[in-house]
Design a protein around this ligand. Sequence first.
Ligand code: AHR
Length: 507
Amino acid sequence: MSTWKSSLAAACLLVSSYGCAATEVQVTVHGDRPGAVIHRDIYGQFAEMLGRGIYDGIWVGENSSIPNIHGYRKDVVDALKEIKVPVVRWPGGCFADQYDWRDGIGPRDKRPARPNASWGGEERNQFGTNEFMDFAELIGAKAYLSINVGTGSPREMSQWIEYITATGQTTLAQERRANGRDKPWKLDYVGIGNEMWGCGGSMRPEFYADAYRRYATFVPKPIERIASGANADDVAWTDKVMAIAGKQIDAISLHNYTIPTGDWAHKGSSTQFDEAQWMSVLQGALRMDGLIARHSAVMDKYDPAKRVALAVDEWGNWEDQEGSDALYQQNSLRDAISAAITLDIFHAHADRVRMANIAQMVNVLQAMILTDKSKMVLTPTYYVFDLYKVFQDATSLPVSVQGPVYRYGNASVPGVHATAGRDAAGVVHVALVNLDPHRADTVRVQLAGIKGVHVQGKVLTAPAMNSINTFDQPHVVEPKAFDGAGLADGVLTVALPSKSVVVLDIR
Ligand code: AHR
């Protein structure tokens, strides 16, 4: 839906210590050609049982000196409510295919300790089904459970679902009541296995697709069933699974991570990186567009009406681990810019992408929130989710961008990325992302079919590509009121700072 044309002549040639001179970018927002609704669930989160994602990050227990609501960190709950998290995926990830749900119910002091075979250490199961379902309810999110296919069985899955959703007097409904929950919870989604081509069981797509059909048969409606999908560009997996099981699939997943160096053994630091790695991460984010297009084209063969959604239920930047906690990494302005680009791409594919879950919510990979004992800090990525929450359930509006490329060495990407949507109240939201770390741009936005007289907005930027928020300096990268936009005669003129995200509301 978004188109981009490069203009070599307009590329930045003069770099001074103040950056390049501003250049002009032409954007058109087609309010007269509305697209699909941007499903709020693309703003979903992923929370796996690993590192300090759950323990310390979300759950500290009722007896903690850290302020909590029935064991959940109050600061984290408040921050997650603020960004309107629509859905949370749990308990994995790779962890899911070794998880026995019965380990995580009943009195906490009686729950077993098991090795966390995927991520190391021991899992004491203090956060289990009741804790997760209550947590989702507390923050106002839908629940998405990853089912154990790798080492589990359809019977275990059925009983887990019954424990959560049964209304009657069955033994499992009574067991849930004995564990403190009278009413059933609402369970919206189940994922039938995770990465079944890899940590979930090393299966061939034919074998998995048959296993999927077996499990899917025992998932009661209206719970939606999500098939374990492809790794990155493995469209052959999508093709086979759709061919064999497509009729029983409500959504099929896609996992894609950006590794700054491209080398899993040395992924690259989350804070100490040069412009080459800035560029590499932005190129990685832009790759999502082609991935979705290719998987969606394969899905079209079996599902031209797009009944089956593509759920990008793991995405984000995977950088070098800092310290000893599994998959803990800092989060910089680079992560924020790449998150904004990725969300723009999801908007552009709103007809097919109806769920996405960034990896992961707290203290793991490209997190929203970092914690250290009683301290908490919101990351630059959190602030993109905060700025972009206005797009949840908005109608996407096609956008075209014509402007200079941003080049570094032999690599080049569009200098500016954009997205737009119209919400239920008729307010048009436009987001502009400047990928260039040096050059500010003047952006002229033609508002086709949009009547607006008033514009206001916010900007997210920072002094350096690798600016971060820390526990001691938590306000380095955070949104500020933006006074660089003007609206006259249907044209919006925006002074877009280098390396920034600007979100504007037009009324
Ligand atoms: O998010 C971390 C891991 O990445 C997940 O457990 C797995 O599904 C993926 O490979």
